[in-house]
Design a protein around this ligand. Structure first.
Ligand SMILES: NC(=O)c1ccc[n+]([C@@H]2O[C@H](COP(=O)([O-])OP(=O)(O)OC[C@H]3O[C@@H](n4cnc5c(N)ncnc54)[C@H](OP(=O)(O)O)[C@@H]3O)[C@@H](O)[C@H]2O)c1
Length: 314
């Protein structure tokens, strides 16, 4: 039986994924989880390309050799207590993902720095306001996560003159960034962070990191941008920090429940800007090529750069 690659991704683009991956990896048979059921046996499946598979599903393939995540994050796979942890996971990162995230974070840092929410409100009230903002060189931006996405974001903010600090697990040096580690390093970063940007992976050590204690440690009038995962944020404690005025605003791209339910109070909070998990999406054309190249390297026994450390959770 031919080696089979099964795809389980968002319904809208799954036919596209099938065609693209079949063209790029002709040596395997590519099937879709629902449409092609009956055309393959679970024991044929050697590879899986997934976004948010249900718990237990990947464990149904006894000969699975490798899983590719359609995204840089892998918490949507590792949330599964039955995930066969000896099966390697490759995450998908690309230059386009880095560029999109950089555009998004720079846009929202500038939006807060140059007070666009207040200016739009003033226009709605036909009020003439003149804000003289501090220079970027007087604005502290704190980045939680200095990896594949955090490092280029730091470089872009640096080039605009912002004072950039970052927090990572191992504390590797990043050009132009004051790097902090550990709980005390986090407190030091927070004490100066007028803009806090979360670009962490979701792991047991980072869940709920954006809570009331974190917000209290930030200077009064500071703002939050969360593009990591919804599980990083304690929503009720953000709403309390916004209501008290301690935080001036928040831009949120990721949520515990997606799509964000209509009744969630974040929707109607005037200090919150919501985007629908679009800060940086995998572009089909380049994303497909990256996944195909990674899988082929894995099949050939070559080293694959973006293999996940399953024990660390990212
Ligand atoms: N909203 C979106 O559209 C979107 C798109 C893509 C990704 N994302 C999210 O962004 C996350 C980051 O992506 P990435 O590609 O930059 O990941 P990455 O390259 O793995 O970088 C993760 C960074 O977080 C740090 N980190 C991890 N655990 C930590 C801890 N316990 N304490 C302190 N720092 C910790 C890492 O430290 P080390 O450098 O020491 O390893 C690293 O700097 C993804 O996991 C995903 O959740 C969101």
């Amino acid at each position: 039986m031919m080696n089979t690659l099964v795809i389980r991704v968002d319904p809208e683009r799954r036919t596209w994924w099938k065609q693209t991956l079949q063209d790029l990896i002709p040596e395997v048979k590519v099937v879709l989880k629902d449409e092609d059921e009956g055309e393959y046996a679970p024991s044929d499946v050697k590879y899986a390309v997934v976004w948010n598979p249900p718990n237990g599903w990947l464990a149904t393939f006894p000969n699975l050799k490798c899983v590719a995540s359609v995204g840089a994050g892998v918490s949507h796979i590792l949330k599964d207590p039955n995930y066969p942890r000896s099966v390697p996971i490759i995450r998908t990162v690309s230059e386009s993902l880095r560029m999109r995230m950089t555009e998004y974070v720079v846009l929202h840092v500038l939006r807060f720095h140059r007070r666009l929410p207040e200016i739009e409100q003033a226009q709605a009230e036909r009020k003439w306001v003149q804000y003289i903002e501090p220079l970027a060189s007087d604005v502290h931006v704190g980045l939680l996560g200095l990896g594949n996405l955090g490092a280029p974001v730091a470089a872009a903010l640096n080039s605009l003159g912002y004072r950039v600090s970052g927090w990572s697990r191992r504390g590797n040096a990043v050009d132009g960034v004051r790097v902090f580690t550990g709980p005390s390093g986090l407190q030091e970063l927070l004490s100066e962070a007028e803009v806090l940007v979360c670009m962490l992976p979701q792991t047991p050590s980072t869940e709920n990191i954006l809570d009331g204690e974190t917000f209290s440690a930030m200077p009064a009038g500071s703002v939050l941008i969360n593009v990591g995962r919804g599980e990083h944020l304690v929503e009720a404690e953000l709403l309390a920090a916004l209501d008290s005025g301690h935080l001036r605003g928040a831009t949120l791209d990721v949520f515990r429940e997606e799509p964000l339910p209509a009744e969630n109070p974040l929707w109607s909070n005037p200090k919150v800007l919501i985007t629908g998990h679009t800060a940086s999406a995998i572009e089909p054309a380049t994303g497909g090529r990256v996944i195909a190249d990674n899988l082929r390297a894995f099949m050939n026994g070559d080293s694959v750069r973006d293999i996940v450390d399953i024990e660390q959770g990212y």
